[in-house]
Design a protein around this ligand. Structure first.
Ligand SMILES: C[S@@+](CC[C@H](N)C(=O)[O-])C[C@H]1O[C@@H](n2cnc3c(N)ncnc32)[C@H](O)[C@@H]1O
Length: 314
């Protein structure tokens, strides 16, 4: 008798996203609170969800977590998540059409097609964000330069064509798996504090804010409409203190300013003074150096309000 092979698709990030946490994932996983496994933590909150690398890991691996709240200030991103959640078949049909049209063209015509879709997307998203608009966002993410999402001051997506040979545009199996796991999630658009009402003793919050610039020479100018300033970093530290006072748990990742300036004590000042907060410095690879082309080992910060040690089995 031959066994039937059952394949279950594991949902994974469907967009390339700046600051994606795939590289740091093992460090984060090893520091998750033990209560995630036992069911004592029943709610997962990710207020800067972006591409959701950590969310997808958690939703696939912690079945005892029942409620997921994802949040991001980027309205287009949130609309895209919600389209996948509610209308995945329609979205996949539209994305396949874009993929077929694009791949049937030569490289010169592909470029024209990209800009045509980009114009369409920018027009459309001002009025209504349909599953077809979400399909355009995914198409642009897959075919634009470096998978960036950047808008100009009029909120128009403005990343140029990426010129890749054979980009994967429509991964329908993954989109369906993503849709399935998103049924457990509420996806909100707004500032990170919008998840406040869901914080409780049984909640775990993972914060991955836009990194604090690591040097004084780093450019503070951003094309994104919403910049994350030093004041926002302080607001975030205060929000972490609030979670702690409610006895919820949090883990926060950020850049380590001491890579560039050992005298920069921002995190020690804003997090190090609270009893029970742990500031861990972990190894990472510098992706882009703002000063030159230097790449290499640097430290990143992982801050928790619980004792975070390597746990086996996760
Ligand atoms: C470093 S990225 C998160 C990357 C994500 N962890 C991943 O794996 O792809 C930071 C995200 O925070 C969002 N963001 C910026 N300012 C915000 C704010 N005030 N409140 C909530 N989200 C914000 C950005 O739109 C971006 O998606």
């Amino acid at each position: 008798m031959s066994a039937t092979l059952i394949t279950t698709n594991i949902a994974k990030p469907f967009l390339k996203w700046a600051g994606g946490k795939t590289q740091l994932l093992p460090e984060i996983i090893s520091r998750l609170p033990q209560e995630m496994k036992t069911g004592e933590i029943a709610t997962y909150i990710e207020p800067f969800v972006g591409g959701g690398a950590v969310f997808f890991y958690i939703v696939n691996n912690f079945p005892k977590i029942k409620h997921f709240y994802l949040c991001d200030i980027n309205q287009d991103l949130v609309n895209c998540y919600n389209s996948i959640k509610d209308s995945v078949s329609e979205l996949v049909t539209e994305l396949k059409k874009l993929e077929d049209s694009f791949l049937s063209l030569n490289q010169v015509k592909r470029k024209d097609f990209f800009y045509f879709v980009r114009d369409n997307f920018n027009q459309e998203k001002q009025y209504i964000f349909s599953p077809a608009t979400a399909a355009k966002l995914i198409f642009l993410n897959r075919t634009c330069f470096n998978g960036l999402y950047r808008v100009n001051r009029s909120n128009k997506f403005n990343v140029p064509f990426g010129d890749y040979k054979n980009p994967t545009i429509c991964d329908d199996e993954n989109l369906e798996a993503v849709s399935e796991v998103l049924q457990k999630a509420e996806i909100l658009c707004g500032d990170f504090t919008c998840c406040k009402k869901h914080i409780s003793k049984r909640a775990f919050v993972y914060f991955d804010p836009p990194y604090r610039p690591i040097s004084k020479t780093a450019s503070f100018t951003s094309y994104a409409r919403e910049d994350f300033s030093e004041k926002d970093q302080v607001r975030l530290a205060e929000f972490c203190a609030l979670i702690n006072s409610i006895e919820g748990k949090f883990l926060l990742s950020n850049s380590d300013p001491k890579n560039e300036n050992p005298e920069d004590h921002f995190f020690e000042v804003h997090y190090g003074q609270i009893a029970g907060f742990q500031i861990n410095r972990v190894d990472a690879i510098r992706a882009i150096n703002c000063i030159g082309n230097k790449r290499g080992a640097i430290k990143e910060l992982i801050i928790t309000n619980y004792a975070s040690r390597m746990t086996s089995g996760n």
